[in-house]
Design a protein around this ligand. Structure first.
Ligand code: NAD
Length: 490
């Protein structure tokens, strides 16, 4: 049966097994788990519920394929990735339909995610032939120094549900470009797109007679069953994780005994600073973009709107008007600009933090409730008169809620911006270039968007400081995460 919200042409090509050494097969557990459309709650597919044996088989395949893959000419790896980019681009509509079906985001956003994810594959197809080494005479003059680069080895890639193509593309492309082989543990809520993309890579490997164990996928309803045995296995050399700070911290601990190389893209709590000299209509437009992509469920979602008191009413009124124009609905419906949240508990949590803010005196300018329809929806919401110690400010809301807090001076705004343990991205609207440079020094963040509501780019280093993570994805830095240096003294 074709799932209701998925075109039959796509539904027929979604792998639902575990991928090990080039073959999709049922899970060794004999179990499956359901993947549902969050806009309707209807089941889309039953997916193999991988267990420990599948995880270890996948690592064996990745380990066995590694010697041949690392010896492959960089140009061959580059051309494989370029072919994958071409296929992803050519199949944008199909992949976007899948992203929308399992994750809920509007089709226009899903198409943008496919383009964004594919861009990482193109960027690393270009980087695959450009690793930098070093050759020089030692300062003492006694010898020469060579620094060579080599792949770290088999890598475990664990991804979140909110960007099912972009998050895996950001990992698998640099890993393969560097010469690493991979085991992927996709998110339980959205494993379909990742499986579809993995199949494209598998086909390209097979067509070129390259080792098919380069890419392995183990979906599971019990993430720890997969990560536990793999992190304890000395054949694994690298963990790249994107997800919540809580799980990231647990995985860092679990990686310690094996001294694994780790990359951690963790939670955010982005401040969106609007200064008194800002272009307010532009700030409103940027705020909608920074807040509302994927209904607020992005790690770079603006979580706290910190606005100079002198422009707070103009900004808040503008944002309220802009939210009023948003269209909530099924992501596949023409005209929808805001889809559902991912699951029922996500709506409960948003409802809870909004109620807590309202109880404490916040004013609801728009929204503040669940639309009357099936699926996991929450209305786009603007709150003002919000006090900075409330959970809607101190925690990552991951929903379509924009709380506005006012400040009086730049120092006060920066202190508010820095008042959480997170530091992934910050946004600032100001016309003062000297202030921009001060903010670049003073705001504790891995990324700063200046007069922009969007910073992500495959060619730029994406990542956070403090509890938002370790390491970078994208740009020249992204491939470093998968490379070791070997210093040769001659
Ligand atoms: P999550 O941490 O619950 O899950 C992420 C992945 O880890 C999933 O594949 C999940 O199955 C797996 N997982 C969960 N518990 C595990 C355990 N004990 N051991 C091993 N694996 C485990 O996060 P989520 O809800 O999928 O995603 C939302 C979070 O991800 C937010 O905090 C968001 O900010 C963050 N995120 C960060 C970035 C970034 O680049 N920094 C990007 C997207 C999302």
């Amino acid at each position: 049966m074709t799932p209701p919200s998925l075109p039959p042409t796509v539904a027929a090509h979604v792998p639902t097994g575990v991928l090990i050494d080039g073959a999709w097969r049922p899970a060794s557990t004999g179990r499956t788990f359901e993947v549902a459309d969050p806009a309707t709650t209807e089941t889309l597919f039953d997916v193999a519920d991988g267990g420990e044996q599948d995880a270890l088989d996948a690592l064996t395949a990745a380990h066995d394929a590694f010697p041949q893959w690392r010896a492959t000419a960089p140009r061959v790896r580059a051309e494989l990735l370029r072919a994958v980019f071409d296929t992803l681009t050519a199949r944008t509509e199909d992949i976007a339909a899948l992203v929308t079906a399992e994750g809920g985001k509007p089709l226009a956003e899903s198409r943008a995610e496919v383009a964004y994810g594919a861009d990482y594959v193109r960027w690393y197809s270009e980087q695959a032939v450009r690793f930098e080494g070093l050759a020089r005479r030692a300062p003492s003059g006694a010898n020469h120094q060579l620094v060579l680069r080599r792949p770290v080895g088999p890598a475990l890639l664990i991804t979140p549900w909110n960007f099912p193509i972009a998050m895996i593309a950001r990992k698998v492309a640099p890993a393969l470009a560097a010469g690493c082989t991979v085991v992927i543990k996709p998110a339980q809520l959205t494993p379909l797109t990742t499986a579809y993309v993995a199949e494209i890579i598998r086909e390209e490997l097979e067509a070129r007679d390259l080792p098919t164990g380069v890419i392995n996928v183990v979906p599971s309803a019990s993430a720890r069953t997969i990560s536990g045995p793999l992190l304890a296995d000395p054949r694994l050399r690298k963990l790249s994780f994107t997800g919540s700070t809580e799980v990231g911290a647990a995985l860092l601990k679990a990686s310690a005994d094996n001294i694994l190389r780790t990359s951690m893209e963790l939670g955010g709590n982005a401040p969106f600073l609007v200064f008194e000299d800002a272009d307010i209509p532009a700030a409103v437009q940027g705020a909608v973009q920074a807040k509302m992509r994927n209904a607020g469920q992005t790690c770079v979602a603006a979580n706290r709107f910190l606005v100079h008191a002198s422009v707070a009413e103009e900004f808040t009124a503008g944002l309220t008007e802009a939210f009023d124009k948003l269209v909530v609905g099924h992501g596949a419906d023409e005209g929808t600009t805001v889809g559902p949240l991912i699951e029922s508990s996500a709506v409960d949590r948003v409802e809870e933090v909004v109620a807590e803010a309202v109880d404490a005196g916040a004013r609801v300018r728009i929204g503040g409730d669940r639309p009357n329809r099936p699926g996991y929806f929450y209305a786009p919401t603007v709150l003002d008169r919000v006090s900075a110690d409330l959970r809607v400010i101190t925690e990552e809301t991951f929903g379509p809620v924009a709380p506005v807090v006012t400040f009086g001076s730049e120092d006060e705004g920066v202190a508010l911006a820095n008042s959480t343990p997170f530091g992934l991205v910050a946004y600032a609207y100001t016309r003062d270039i000297a202030r921009v440079m001060r903010l670049a020094e003073s705001v504790e963040t891995g990324m700063l968007g200046v007069n922009r509501g969007l910073v992500s780019d495959a060619s730029a280093p994406f990542g956070g400081v403090k509890s938002s993570g370790l390491g970078r994805e994208g740009g020249e830095a992204g491939i470093e995460e998968y490379l070791d240096s070997v210093y040769v003294a001659i």
